[in-house]
Write a protein that binds this ligand. Sequence first.
Ligand code: NAP
Ligand code: GLV
Length: 313
Amino acid sequence: MTILLSVTGFDPTRWREALLKASPNEQIVLRPASAADEAIRYAVVWKQPPGVLANLPNLQAIFSLGAGVDHILADRTLPDVPIVRIVADDLTKRMSEYVVWRVLDHLRRGMTYRAQQTARIWNERLQPAAADVSVGILGLGELGRDAAEKLRVMGFPVSGWSRTPKALDGIRCLHGEDGLTEILASSDILVVLLPLTAETAGMIDDGFLTRLKRETPLGTPILVQAGRGGLQKDSAILRALNDGRLMEASLDVFEREPLPADSPLWRHPRVFVTPHAAASSDPAALAPIIVRQIAAHRRGEVLTNLVDPGTGY
Ligand code: NAP
Ligand code: GLV
């Protein structure tokens, strides 16, 4: 049995080694050499080149190397086989670390103090308590729920927004268009952990940013975006930062990645940039999970963490 590993944008060596370590008896091929096409039963992919999965006659399932699957579904030639995404403690904890880190840094005025340090300014700023700073999380899935719970434990009043109704202890759960209006109008810090789908594409635009609160205990609202760059218009975020609708932003994802060198976001004094690194997929932690799923499927068990191609996540 052969597993096809197809990635774009990074060196697949660590993934190949981790898959082989977890599954020493299988063959891992990096390219679908035509002679081996019949042998390929599973594909493990990140942004596979379009068409690469189209003509594999015995392909049983496609596995994403990450939680998101927009990079797979963008290929219009996909065969009609199940798509499985990553749901794993390792990935979830990494994302919650990022969210808690960024929310606390903004709460404790990290940007202001770093600028003051550069200028050797000793000036204590007014410091609201976590209990007085509301956090809204767009996306209450595997990642959003864990981040919401960790922020709640730290004392923040937390609201979350999802497509379908939810009930979570200690979290104000909102959904639908009215729920979006409410969460935008009531969040001091807005965290985005949504998938990129036909419904969410481009939603963080001028109109969206104008629906945010006007005043917060920290000044004006703060945006923490680690969902997908396709959700946002970079230029709208810049406009909102420059006209005061946004006070600060932590951005892990961008319309174009890598973020072009001439993007003004790189040098904006109130923007914190990370290179799509909020929750990296660690091959050593995740390859065994993929391999276990493949083994279970071969024994006739059902696949879990399946993607609904209808909703796109
Ligand atoms: P998930 O479990 O599928 O959760 C997605 C959440 O978004 C769900 O709560 C869903 O609502 C909600 N949602 C989807 N479409 C919506 C819409 N149109 N309106 C309102 N809510 C909507 O996904 P996850 O595992 O939490 O991951 C979320 C995303 O994080 C991934 O898709 C990926 O893009 C991103 N990500 C980024 C990084 C990084 O390093 N930056 C790493 C990992 C993942 P329901 O609950 O009602 O279905
Ligand atoms: C990373 O962006 C992921 O989707 O896991």
